[in-house]
Design a protein around this ligand. Structure first.
Ligand SMILES: [Zn+2]
Length: 585
């Protein structure tokens, strides 16, 4: 080592780095990364690795002999900045894991590529949110690409382009560029010709069954050995309409003995009779349409996508597309395949959703029984909740099952602090309390944790020693004769008798402490004659009718509030009455 002063400085640096390394790894530092970091900070020490290693070894042993708690205390005393970094690291851990090979690319580009054949539902949340979040994380670009090249089976409809754009806006996933595949047909044709010309693809006119039989035996069909000239003239014939539907497809040559028969000489283009099945944007202008793997693969490259984040069901497509990329001399983007996300109690089949909406089984795309983003939005599920849930699930390859409860837990965290509290009585019934000695004024905060928001004031008049109140029918049917109960922020009563629509009680005591002491149930109420008609649309489509307190009129459409002892709701409509959608408890 150089001078003694330098030597002590180096020792200090090693101690600091080792301590940092230990804290990051549950109290156990390792020699190699410490050496690496030291050399990174002091490149002039590179000639002294041998001496340094034994010194680091000694210091690492010293540090590792301390408990993690002692290490953190030492760091706090000597290098508090290490702990600040630790805090940042924990925050980072709550975000997405890093993408692979980021350093290879000047800018990270991700994409979301929906087929505009339906509105988006929760099954798309992971693809769109992760792709958008990763682009944001790396200061990159996020692309929206409509993959609308199937006018027949996955039938595109014009309304869905805009509805999907609205869904993305609601999710907070703004996009930097947009492409529509039906605008790009000439591009796909150009690449088809290139591949046919170079012998990487051929036009197959076999019967589908004949081809399938051959390919299962790893045998070529007769079209495969046709020269490029023949293929190009067949291609021209496809474009000019000489072949009908199903009479010719363009196939990409692959290894015939590929273990997966679905990959062997996969189809890239087929004919769709657009006179019968017009495309909503291009009508019958095109009759030769690229299949998913082709158009999607070409565009990922041409759009400059660096990282594709999608479900593992797309692995087969990647294997297909890799042939395409090899033939075109392109490098395949980084592909991240996450596991299946199953959501219990949700219909995610687009065709089922479309059929049911068309048949009027559901009231529309935002019917509360659906898991579309429109329905979630209407019910008061916040996009931030979906985003955080998807980030926490991340792009892990394991399969995951989610329930509504998981999503509700995330949503509750977001809306509980903002939702003002109100009383709502489902099918209210009368409660007559006898033995009341005075008028009562109850004042209840709009939010229990935020007194600044103000209070709701209710006045209960004493009418010849009686108070007339309304309670919910749920409470009405639960209350038993002889039972004690506290009316929230009012007083405690004892149930004396019950009729069909009325319940009679005696005033018991005023003090809340008494209610607490006796372990009384707290129920909500309204003074008789107050309240505004309110309908709550439940997640199963049923309607709960009742009265909400009049103060709710001060709230606004779209606001999320909590009906106490009922649940969180989003105000959907307000006129002479109020309509709300139920979110969750
Ligand atoms: Zn053939």
């Amino acid at each position: 080592m150089k001078g003694s002063k330098d030597f002590s400085e180096i020792k200090e640096a090693i101690r600091r780095i080792a301590l940092d390394n230990a804290i990051k790894h549950k109290g156990k530092a390792q020699v190699k990364p410490v050496l690496g970091k030291l050399l990174g900070e002091n490149p002039d020490l590179r000639g002294k690795i041998k001496e340094l290693t034994s010194l680091i070894d000694k210091i690492v042993k010293e540090i590792n002999s301390l408990t993690l708690k002692q290490q953190i205390e030492t760091a706090r005393r000597l290098w508090p900045e290490l702990l600040k970094k630790e805090k940042e690291r924990i925050e980072e851990e709550n975000r997405l894991p890093p993408l692979p090979n980021v350093e290879k690319y000047e800018q990270i580009v991700t994409r979301f590529a929906p087929n505009p054949d339906c509105v988006l539902h929760i099954g798309s949340a992971r693809a769109v949110i992760l792709s958008h979040e990763y682009a944001r994380m790396y200061d990159g670009r996020f692309i929206l690409r409509f993959e609308d090249t199937d006018p027949r089976l996955k039938k595109t409809a014009l309304e869905f382009y805009d509805l999907i754009r609205e869904d993305l806006k609601w999710l907070g996933c703004a996009w930097d560029a947009e492409y529509i595949q039906s605008d790009r047909m000439e591009i796909y044709y150009e690449y088809a010709e290139k591949l046919l010309k170079n012998g990487y693809a051929y036009v197959c006119t076999c019967q589908r069954e004949d081809f399938r039989e051959k390919i299962h035996q790893k045998m070529p069909c007769p079209c495969r050995k046709m020269p490029p000239e023949e293929n190009l003239s067949r291609w021209e014939a496809m474009l000019s309409g000489e072949y009908g539907e199903g009479e010719a497809v363009v196939r990409i040559k692959t290894d015939l003995d590929h273990p997966n028969p679905a990959i062997r000489d996969w189809p890239a283009f087929r004919i769709i009779d657009t006179k019968k099945h017009p495309h909503p944007r291009t009508g019958s202008r095109y009759r030769v349409w690229p299949l998913f793997a082709f158009a999607n693969g070409i565009d990922d490259h041409l759009n400059g996508v660096t990282h594709v984040i999608r479900g593992k069901e797309h692995l087969t497509n990647q294997r297909r597309q890799e042939y395409l990329y090899r033939y075109l001399g392109w490098e395949y983007p980084e592909a991240i395949h996450y596991g299946r996300l199953k959501i219990t109690g949700v219909t995610l089949s687009k065709s089922k959703i479309i059929r049911a909406v068309e048949e009027g089984v559901y009231s529309g795309w935002d019917d509360p029984r659906l898991a579309t983003f429109q329905a979630l939005r209407r019910r008061g599920i916040r996009p931030e909740a979906l985003r955080q849930l998807m980030i926490d699930i991340g792009p892990r390859p394991v399969d995951i099952t989610l329930s509504w409860k998981n999503l509700y837990a995330y949503n509750r965290k977001i809306i509980d602090p903002i939702a003002n509290r109100y009383f709502f009585l489902d099918e209210p019934k009368m409660m007559i309390v006898r033995g009341v000695k005075k008028d009562y004024v109850a004042s209840i905060p709009l939010h229990p944790n935020d007194p600044k928001r103000g209070k709701r004031i209710f006045t209960v008049k004493n009418r010849s020693c009686q108070a007339h109140l309304l309670i919910s029918s749920r409470d009405f049917s639960r209350l038993k004769i002889g039972s004690l109960v506290r009316l929230m922020e009012l007083f405690n009563v004892k149930v004396i008798s019950k009729k069909k629509e009325q319940i009679f009680a005696d005033f018991h005591s005023e003090d809340y402490k008494k209610a607490k002491q006796l372990g009384l149930v707290l129920i909500h109420w309204l003074p008789e004659g107050e309240g505004i008609p309110c309908e709550a649309i439940m997640p199963d489509g049923s309607i709960v009718r009742g009265l909400a307190e009049e103060g709710l009129c001060q709230a606004s459409i779209d606001q999320i509030v909590q009906f106490e002892r009922f649940g969180f709701v989003r105000i959907d409509w307000m006129d002479e009455g109020i309509k709300v959608f139920f979110a969750h408890e």
